[in-house]
Design a protein around this ligand. Sequence first.
Ligand code: SAM
Length: 303
Amino acid sequence: MAAFADPKVCAVTVPDATDSTFGTLYVVATPIGNLDDMSVRALRVLKSVALIAAEDTRHSQRLLQHFGIQTPLAACHEHNEREEGGRFVTRLLAGDDVALVSDAGTPLISDPGYHLVRHARLAGIRVVPVPGACALVAALSAAGLASDRFIFEGFLPAKGAGRRSRLEALREEPRTLIFYEAPHRILESLQDMAAVFGAERPALLARELTKTFETLKGLPLEQLCAFVEQDPNQQRGECVVLVAGHVAAEEGEAVSAEGLRVLDLLLAQMPLKRAAALAASITGERKNALYQAALARKGAAGG
Ligand code: SAM
């Protein structure tokens, strides 16, 4: 077997050349709720490989059963994939094709698989992505927040102090922020975000994507907290939170709370440009600042 470097301590160049006698490792995305999101290519690959490395074999067995796939499954989780990719790399080196799947969505995205992919590439094994569902991309694609530049923060720390200090570090991040969050922590996380990023920062909660109770709710953070607090159903299921990036306020560009209140009332009644102009006449605040604030609020008000 080839010798492996520890990816944590050794900055190696991953070889591009692959040995044609080795098998291929396919990294296969599976649905995040709606089984119709399974791609034709994913089905073909899962049927044709010798072995499927799965985060949870019982979970993936149900998916395979649904699609009539009989390929054997073996567990690939954080503990056994660290050791040089375990038995999967041995099988790949022996010439067998292997597919890697996680419980839902794209493997490696807040899911296991990093060590296996890393060890496979270090061993000169071809690694082929089979793209498909991914909750963060699905949420971003429908959020109406800036999508040209964004950062994915995965899960925030579970405890309040750790969570707030991570959020503090992101306070002035200009790119759209994307978080995964567990339903039982969604309210406290949103409240911490409102406290750190400000009540008015546009945000969006994307819940139960592709499923029956799919909800995309865009509101300024404080209002989003109230929405989630008032409806216990919003504290169930799987969630992605998106928060607009920080916009550096130019001198004199900040809009007062009263300005925003007037703007919100007008936005409910008329087009954005007219609402900003009228809010400027009523409050005496700068039209451009109100216009920018209106754009940010409309951008977040997806649902
Ligand atoms: N690998 C997955 C992906 O590609 O998105 C993510 C796996 S991570 C362990 C699970 C988290 O992803 C959930 O806690 C939730 O934050 C998010 N997620 C997964 N499915 C979702 C869905 N249908 N709707 C909203 N969020 C989802």
